[in-house]
Design a protein around this ligand. Sequence first.
Ligand SMILES: O=P(O)(O)O[C@H]1O[C@H](CO)[C@@H](O)[C@H]1O
Ligand SMILES: O=c1cc[nH]c(=O)[nH]1
Length: 236
Amino acid sequence: MATPHIKAEKGDFAETVLMPGDPLRAKHIADTFLSNVKLVNEVRNMFGYTGEYKGKTVSVMGSGMGIPSISIYAKELITEFDVKNIVRIGSCGALKKDIQVRDVIIAMGASTDSAVNRSRLAGFDYAAIADYSLLEASVNAARSAGKQVRVGNVFSADLFYSPVDGIMDTLAKMNVLAVEMEAAGLYGVAAEYGANALAMMTVSDHIITGEALDADARQNTFNDMVEITLDAALTF
Ligand SMILES: O=P(O)(O)O[C@H]1O[C@H](CO)[C@@H](O)[C@H]1O
Ligand SMILES: O=c1cc[nH]c(=O)[nH]1
């Protein structure tokens, strides 16, 4: 069967799908962490894989960048491929001095300048929040592995290059931990179509200090976050 953006068979995806923005990060994760791997989607090179992690079947597929892109893939995975849990595993820019590059942040909530969730809620402000079970399982998996995570609010920006003067200072003042581009949209899609979602990000750059990882590091070295997510997935 095929949706407009995914060419795969019913049953090709596991109930839980990890979604990095970068399809090559999806490939790295499949190559590094999964066994018995099958490539299940390559439409637009948005690679999707299904394999086994410690005996559990899980999938990993790129989401592309931004709320419009992840919204398409998340909606089709949920409604056409019976996916129940989507965990975004992304990168983000840190907004606070006490957060370092490579720290892992879990988005308990996601603020945004996108209008998608207002469209869903008759023009009112929608609180885009993580599924509590996925959040708790991920925090527990991190604790068990002795890995630190920060849990809080993130900002899902429509524009990577913001034209709004002082926006990063305003976000930091409101205790927003980091900026990225998908979480609020993913949470809205999951609510609309009845699935569970969580967004977890590794800090790839620091808005205050300017420190930044390169593309190769963003693609291939976020293993702590991936292990937390996969270990959490064993419990749901
Ligand atoms: O690394 P990913 O998961 O793509 O996440 C972040 O990186 C992209 C911008 O460079 C946006 O998609 C943003 O959310
Ligand atoms: O969206 C993003 C992702 C990483 N870093 C940023 O500054 N923004």
